[in-house]
Design a protein around this ligand. Sequence first.
Ligand code: AMP
Ligand code: GLY
Length: 417
Amino acid sequence: MSPTGNAAVLIVGSGGREHALCAALARSPKVARVVFAGGENAGMAAIAERMEPDAVLARASEFDLVVVGPEAPLVDGLADELRALGVPVFGPGKAGAALEASKAFTKAIAAEANIPTAAARVADTRDDAHAALAAMGAPVVVKADGLAAGKGVVMATTMAEAEAAVDACFEGAFGAAGARVVIEEMMTGPEVSLFALSDGTTVRPFTTARDFKRAYDGDLGPNTGGMGAVSPAPGVPDAVIDEAMARIVKPTVDALAARGIPYVGILYAGLMLTSEGPKLIEFNVRFGDPECQAMLPRLTSDFYALLLATATGTLADAPIEFSRESAVAVVVAAAGYPGPLEKGEVIGGLDAVAAGGAEVYHAGTRDADGKVLSNGGRVLAAVALGADPEAARARVYGALETLDWPGGRMRTDIAAA
Ligand code: AMP
Ligand code: GLY
């Protein structure tokens, strides 16, 4: 391993989450060099070197730590391949990543470990699914089993809607992800995203966030990858986090370990705070995007040291400290997002946004002769800190007033009380 101050880190991925990871790692005095593997990103390119994703395995031995950002390479087993090469990796192997790749696997672990979650049935045929619906009744939640980019979930308030959702799944609306459906009891309550670090044995809370998934103000419109986030999630007592760690997160890591699956990385638990206590909605095996952009600016301890400790089995001793401030992240998307959209528009005023007190994380941008061009759906996120969510919110929206991109669109109510 390199001596202090010399570390080289590779980040796999090139979206807004990875820009935030990159900036937090580059802040560490231990880190001398950050490289990312992915597509173009003008913000990341300003602070890190880019390489092609297909070069990751060949060049892995150059790095003291590899951090895998998105779920797809984790589900494909990239972390296993890197570990086989002897490189410290932050991110679970393929077997652990099944917590995100398969809702049915998560339900099986939840049943085995007695984890509070919605009652559910899994069906592999249309007939079984209709029988399960008949037994459970409406309201009910119908989910395509595999990775469907957040679009495979239907909240059905009537039996007719539920039956239509089941039929859509088996008619291929979600491709292979819909060949199996999970039918769940509908839970109610505020949602919170709890992020926990696990080195395979030790599991510790990182922090919380709440994201805003709907496209438009007032939580209207289609679901997106997330139009903004606030961290920590307002109004969540520490006791609730302790309960969720003890009853949901720790038992999950223990159940995986008992199956011979060491879970190494971040575990993102989507929770619903019901009248019966916190219940699991779903797990993701990566940082949230844009939750990551809201969480990391609050971190005051060394992010590199923390991720390396997680990757090498010494998480128990690593400091995890956050500022007491709140952070609000607001995503600016191309006007048409999540539908058809324009790319290649010039984005101006980014320096003024930063001067106004917000950090800017790029998601879908590219550099063209020193100009930043839009190059995706969610294009960037601005993040500001404040004494409370309202102060952070005022600051980030104030800073965004100087953004010069007529083709951009943002929600105006992220983190509004
Ligand atoms: P998922 O893809 O499982 O995260 O579901 C997407 C969203 O659907 C969640 O963030 C919740 O808002 C909602 N949801 C999923 N499952 C349930 C459930 N069993 N009860 C109530 N809401 C749910
Ligand atoms: N913002 C939701 C997610 O990352 O899954």
